[in-house]
Design a protein around this ligand. Structure first.
Ligand code: SAM
Length: 258
């Protein structure tokens, strides 16, 4: 990777304080939840996409799984590698954009959590192509019938938060479900203009299908408050559990190249 993207710069600067966020405080219970959903054999291999400071990856490694964590931010990965060393576990850390990374047929399970890449759009990114590329890469990387757990922003909550004034002033685009905002400088972080994409469940079902995966469940999955509960309109994130049932479709692959 050459020039830093907006999100890479944002998370490089955010790395030292990322785990101060209150939504990161439930990692052990979240890993229990992931293991219940992923149906892995002991010692199985797991891909953590947008792994950040490695809080899930490291806990999974502690429990005996073979974990690969990929992330766009070298700053987040430095923290992850230090934390893994302190915990005495090995995780394979890979610095990559999730739209570019796959390891065909390697993994028994995959996670992409807390907006780990999926829907964090760069300035020029296509709002369908970016998430679909990530899903196709996850699907490609899974063994047949392996499962994935993702959490993504919920469009109904985003819609209810915005007004027509936000649309007129460019803070929310109802055509793409993209929210644009400026994170002000704080705690040493530079100001940064970011684009975040929300999703509706029917669209997610279609995107997963294009990527060769079948959605098994969708629940309310707001960071720090996961559960197998019906999605309500104000839930900030949706949790999706899906199974790889095929390779990415021709339509999925074609969209990736646009
Ligand atoms: C909000 S953090 C979530 C981290 C972790 N999954 C968790 O649950 O705490 C989002 C992470 O996704 C990474 N990320 C953003 N866009 C990415 C991309 N296109 N490819 C890979 N990682 C990306 C960021 O660098 C950041 O570490």
């Amino acid at each position: 990777m050459t020039e830093k993207s907006t999100w890479e710069a944002f998370f490089d600067a955010h790395a030292p304080i990322y785990e101060d966020n209150v939504f990161t405080k439930n990692t052990l219970r979240e890993v229990d939840f992931l293991l219940e959903e992923l149906s892995l054999q002991p010692g199985g291999s797991i891909l953590d996409v947008g792994c950040g400071t490695g809080r899930h990856a490291i806990e999974l490694a502690k429990r005996g799984y073979a974990v690969t964590g990929i992330d766009l931010s070298s700053g987040m990965l430095v923290w992850a590698a230090d934390a893994a060393k302190a915990a005495g576990v090995n995780v394979d850390w890979i610095h990559s954009d999730a739209t570019q990374f796959s390891f065909p047929g390697k993994y028994d399970g995959a996670v992409c959590l807390c907006e780990g890449a999926f829907g964090l759009l760069g300035q020029g990114h296509d709002p369908i192509g970016q998430p679909l590329s990530i899903l196709c890469n996850i699907s490609r990387s899974l063994k047949p019938q392996a499962k994935a757990v993702l959490t993504v922003l919920n469009a109904t909550a985003m819609l209810r938060k915005h007004t027509n004034k936000d649309v007129a002033e460019g803070r929310f685009d109802p055509l793409t479900l993209v929210e644009s905002s400026e994170c002000p400088p704080r705690q040493g972080l530079p100001a940064v203009a970011v684009r975040e994409r929300a999703f509706v469940p029917t669209e997610l079902t279609l995107l997963f299908r294009l990527a060769g995966m079948s959605v098994l469940s969708m629940w309310g999955g707001t960071a720090g408050h996961w559960g197998r509960r019906t999605l309500d309109l104000d839930e900030i994130e949706i949790m999706i559990v899906a199974r790889k049932t095929a390779e990415p479709t021709a339509a999925g692959n074609a969209w990736q190249r646009t």
